[in-house]
Design a protein around this ligand. Sequence first.
Ligand code: UDP
Ligand code: MN
Length: 274
Amino acid sequence: LAYHDGGHDITLDDVFITLKTSKQFHDTRMKVILNTWYQQAQAQTYIITDDEDLDLNFTTNGHAVNSGCGNTHDLSDLSCKTGAEYDLYLRSGKKWWCLFDDDNYVNVPRLVELLGKLDWRKDVYLGRRSISKYLEGRFRGKTVYFVFATTGAGVCFSKPLANKMAPWSKSGKFLETSRALGHSDDCTIGFIITNLLKVNLTLTNVFHSHMEDLTKLDFNTLKNHVVFSYRGQNIINITSNLTNTNVFKRHVDPTRLYSLHCLIYPENQFCKVA
Ligand code: UDP
Ligand code: MN
């Protein structure tokens, strides 16, 4: 899996992937991921959760990490986990860090291809912008402005930029920064990078969260996109047709992620049962 696009030799092994989850999702959301895209990036992916789970640890060959953080959707627990993800990435020393939620599907070869087009030696903050205008906040008595990428669509950082985040992110500092700003983890990342470090967000239109209408994604171009998500009825539109038989019925594959996986890897034996 080597790409030599733009002269930046990148392989999957240059990417460190962290996946945020919670014990309550191990048997549901995580199962879908472990059965699909995780298979393509087992060695590169670490799962940051909030409790011990021997079963998850066994199936991931020790890649499940109990962060010791709380299990809620609150700022403090999510930022605690993001801080743990950051510390784990720093120790890897890899060229790229990408973080995802447990309701994301990652098109792994396309992710590597996309990162290969960018220069990991530069400061790169790659993601989908959450809201179009600058967000306003208060930090240490000052009014601050920043843009941020929504973590629900996946976010990636080049190594030099990730290293520069350390004063506000390393060893528990990320949670402190997030609390001081009074905003969630993705806003805090955006604040550190676009305000404190003065580095712009590199926009991508191939990362998708369930904040957009996923039913509108064109079936014929799905394979070219890098990150997908789902939420209730807001799911990608994959229906069976003559050229494509590896599609599972809605009731057996409500997230559509198994069908998507089979669209990308039709040769997979598992897909033949569809
Ligand atoms: N999450 C968590 N505890 C919760 C709810 C969510 O740790 O009580 C994590 C979840 O595993 C996921 C991320 O936070 O990785 C985003 O959660 P979700 O997709 O439910 O909400 P969203 O922020 O996308 O609306
Ligand atoms: Mn979500």
